[in-house]
Write a protein that binds this ligand. Structure first.
Ligand SMILES: [Cu+2]
Length: 125
């Protein structure tokens, strides 16, 4: 039996359920669009080696693990975790990004292989 009120009720519930999904999707889209492409630096993790890099303040560094072993990109001087950022485990092809909003030298290391260390030098623009 056709009951239009039930259909309206179902549609309104569906819309309310979709609102948070749309909001999350929009936030992601905005955060990607807001990135100045000149301020994105890609850095590959390869053969158990991190690269020392220099970036302007405001830059986002995107690390990509191209090794078959998992690594982490963890702020601090091994074995200390400074708490600024921590990628957790990056499997092969996984990416992690962090935006540097302060000038300075930022040391980082891999918690799986503490001999893997490097520095991000963040310079004034
Ligand atoms: Cu590692």
């Amino acid at each position: 039996m056709y009951r239009p009120l039930d259909i309206r009720w179902a549609v309104s519930i569906l819309i309310w359920l979709l609102i948070p999904v749309v909001m999350i999707a929009c936030q992601r889209a905005v955060s990607i669009d807001d990135q100045d492409p000149n301020l994105i630096t890609e850095s590959e993790i390869e053969d158990f080696v991190f690269q020392d890099i220099s970036v302007p303040v405001g830059a986002t560094v995107i690390w990509t693990n191209v090794d078959q072993k998992a690594h982490t990109v963890t702020s601090g001087v091994a074995p200390n975790v400074s708490g600024l950022w921590d990628s957790l485990f990056l499997e092969e092809s996984d990416k992690f990004s962090y935006t540097f909003t302060q000038v300075g030298e930022f040391h980082y290391w891999c918690r799986v292989h503490p001999f893997m260390t490097a520095v991000v030098n963040v310079e004034p623009q």
